[in-house]
Design a protein around this ligand. Structure first.
Ligand SMILES: [Zn+2]
Ligand SMILES: [Zn+2]
Ligand SMILES: [Zn+2]
Length: 473
């Protein structure tokens, strides 16, 4: 039932099998990575490892889920193992006749991809975290372990994450892991510590004993000899003669007999061949093989390497879409945390039980947020949110609060006013927001949806919030 359709310059083949379309990438025949999105899975022939690394990395490092989440299988006849490539791929086969073996994996990944919600992330960090957790989810994998890797600039590589970074930017992966842990998406265990160059963060270092005066590594060590009978202490060189390999004491002229009996070598002295300084205690320098800086080991940056596990919250974030880190949103001035908003709402409902006043919660949702956020870089995204918040702020009372429910939904309280007034205010707010967008952002269509919910003390705060945002999710 299998047929191989070949086109272009034979460089790429498409294999239809079991209802799936496999893109077969032959050795040293690169294909444009965009091609990957049109197929169910990719098979890469393993012969030249540099080529395999290039192809696998370009797929996993792509920013489009249609590409980076695609199942990858390595076709390898020998047993060569590259643990990092194996981690990035989804399995391996020995020949094209073994395709049946990987069909269940393709099925499983395609099904799990359907569970995911893709949104544009507000920050680069959130975008990379999304990539990591969606890959973990589709691979049904919970661990993010560091792999010792010679191609890594920092010595350890987190394949599914580090693949997004150039060699010189690999430490960013560590920052991202830290943020993901703070968000409760991953939790960590200590694994190892590495020492990184203070100038360029590389771990490719050459350690040498150097002269404390001139930092030259061109030094010659010499034993120090202590002659017991006369008490003379001096470098071995002073005891040598030109005739034989015996040692004679330069002070008392006696021939040395047995180490430990009439003499000892209590320490070593170093002779600098560059500045001729003699010294006992050398310095240890680390020469960075990437940027060539050559500094004392004291200046290196000790960096903890941890292994990570996806939490339940992380798994849910993969499914629901992870748009912002708490940090991104906390940075928008004039807002409070969503959790705090919930707590304040709870108290307001309690208060209404006593007073029977009228209060409201309102939401403004950017209904085309994916388009908006994909048009704007992360700086502009943050700028937009900041502007929106400042317009909202100036239209509500100072006792009312604003929070982000998500990167596309802003919620606020409008306490102690009738529902009708709240609706009127929010209508005016949207027209002000539209004016703002027109003047501040060129060619940007931002569509706003609004909702106002009057507080009802017979209902819980969760029920109110559900009603408020249900139309937007
Ligand atoms: Zn002597
Ligand atoms: Zn020296
Ligand atoms: Zn360096």
């Amino acid at each position: 039932m299998k047929h191989i359709a070949e086109h272009k310059d034979n460089a790429e083949s498409i294999i239809e099998h079991a209802g799936f379309s496999f893109l077969y990438i032959r050795n040293l025949s690169p294909i444009p990575v965009e091609e990957v999105q049109y197929h169910s899975a990719v098979i890469i022939e393993v012969k030249n490892y540099d080529f395999v690394r290039l192809m696998v990395s370009s797929i996993r490092a792509n920013l489009s889920p249609d590409i980076y989440l695609k199942p990858i299988f390595l076709l390898k006849k020998d047993t060569y193992d590259d643990a990092v490539m194996d981690e990035l791929a989804d399995g391996s086969i020995k020949g094209l006749d073994e395709l049946d073996l990987v069909v269940p994996t393709v099925e499983r990944i395609s099904t799990r991809v359907q569970d995911l919600t893709f949104t544009n992330s507000i920050s680069f960090e959130a975008q990379i975290i999304t990539k990591l957790i969606t890959l973990l989810y589709t691979k049904e994998q919970k661990t993010v372990d560091p792999f010792p890797y010679v191609y890594s600039n920092i010595g350890y590589y987190y394949p599914l994450l580090s693949v997004n970074f150039q060699r010189t930017e690999e430490t960013v992966a560590l920052d991202i892991l830290k943020i993901a842990e703070e968000e409760g998406i991953l939790r960590s265990d200590y694994y190892d510590r590495v020492y990184l160059c203070s100038s360029c963060s590389s771990n490719h270092l050459s350690y040498r004993e150097v002269c404390p005066k001139c930092s030259s590594s061109n030094t010659t060590p010499d034993d120090i000899v202590h002659h017991f009978p006369c008490g003379y202490v001096g470098p071995m060189q002073d005891f040598k003669n030109e005739i034989d390999d015996k040692l004679d004491c330069p002070k008392c002229n006696k021939r040395l007999k047995h180490i430990g009996v009439d003499y000892d070598k209590p320490s070593v002295i170093h002779d600098c061949n560059n500045c001729h300084h003699k010294f006992q205690d050398y310095h240890v320098n680390a020469k960075c093989l990437s940027c060539l800086s050559d500094k004392s080991v004291e200046t290196l940056k000790p960096t903890e390497i941890k292994s990570y596990r996806l939490t339940k919250k992380g798994e849910l974030a993969a499914i629901k879409g992870f748009v912002t880190t708490t940090k991104d949103i906390d940075e928008v001035i004039g807002t409070i945390k969503y959790d705090t908003f919930k707590t304040m709402l709870k108290y307001e409902i309690e208060r209404l039980k006593q007073t029977e006043g009228q209060s409201n919660i309102c939401a403004i949702n950017i209904s085309n947020s994916s388009q908006v956020y994909s048009k704007l870089g992360s700086d502009l995204q943050r700028g937009l949110l900041k502007d929106l918040v400042s317009v909202i702020r100036s239209n509500i009372r100072s006792s009312d609060v604003i929070a982000f429910e998500s990167s596309s939904t802003i919620v606020m309280s409008m306490n102690a006013i009738p529902n009708k007034i709240a609706k009127k205010i929010i209508g005016e707010m949207v027209s002000l927001l539209n004016d703002l967008i027109k003047t501040s952002f060129e060619d940007l269509d931002v569509l706003f949806d609004t909702k106002v919910v009057a507080l009802d003390y017979a209902k819980t705060h969760e029920a109110h919030l559900k009603e408020l945002i249900t139309d937007f999710s």
